[in-house]
Design a protein. Structure first.
Length: 246
């Protein structure tokens, strides 16, 4: 079945409107709190210093800076993403598990599935992240083609992580541009909505004299945008899967 950009977005919006109360009770501990902790306590990963002309020196300087960052913040960064992936697994259980479990049952089943789910998400996010970092469009295309991995893992279990990725690639064959557009839409909206708060955070922290209450409020707003973006992309993936797996 062919999918359309507008059709999938309409389906996702209908789910959100119908289940907003449920989602706002279930999602924040797993999607808001990790994003809030990262924004509040973890500085962005260092980027290469373009002002350094020599390529080798620039690379060495960046590698050293990343090493220091990983030593200081790597574990917290990993745990935040691990919790967010568990939240994503719970959302998938609520919507694509054929038995339609209650919240408590969905959380228990997500915990059982989690090792395989986490592995699949890592296998998807690494090449997608590299693609986004080098050239944005290849990364978005990878995200679009692998978008169904999470719902496949839940709806078609038992299935392995790699097999779920292959199944997503099979289901999305011929739909790459539409799904890339949906992924781009989700990330672009999140980026545009969250950037003012991140810029405000930077401005407040400059010189080390930022008002802690103001920083906390700005970072909470940025985390709320990140939560909404992750939830929106999850619902888009669910709706795309429902259309393509028929």
């Amino acid at each position: 079945m062919k999918i359309t950009f507008a059709g999938v977005l309409a389906d996702a919006w209908a789910l959100l409107r119908r289940d907003a109360g449920l989602l706002l009770r279930v999602v924040p501990p797993f999607l808001f709190l990790p994003a809030y902790a990262l924004t509040l306590f973890v500085p962005p990963m260092p980027m290469p210093e373009q002002a350094i002309a020599d390529a080798q020196t620039r690379a060495e300087t960046w590698t050293n800076a990343v090493s220091v960052w990983v030593q200081g913040y790597g574990l917290g960064f990993f745990l935040a993403y691990a919790l967010a992936y568990y939240g994503l697994a719970v959302i998938m259980m609520l919507y694509v598990d054929p038995t339609r479990p209650a919240v408590g049952t969905a959380m228990k089943r997500a915990l059982v599935l989690y090792p395989r789910f986490f592995l699949a998400m890592m296998l998807v996010s690494i090449p997608a992240g590299l693609g986004m970092w080098v050239l944005v469009i290849p990364g978005l295309y990878v995200l679009g083609r692998t978008m169904l991995t999470a719902p496949v893992l839940v709806a078609e279990q038992p299935i392995g992580a790699w097999q779920a990725i292959r199944r997503s690639l099979s289901l999305t064959r011929g739909q790459g541009l539409s799904l890339m557009g949906l992924a781009a839409f989700g990330y672009l909206v999140g980026l545009l909505a969250g950037q003012p708060f991140l810029l405000a955070d930077t401005a407040l922290r400059e010189g080390g004299g930022g008002n802690p209450i103001a920083v906390a409020l700005v970072d909470a707003a940025a985390a709320a945008v990140a939560m909404a973006t992750q939830l929106g992309l999850a619902l888009i993936a669910i709706c795309a899967y429902r259309r393509l797996a028929r």
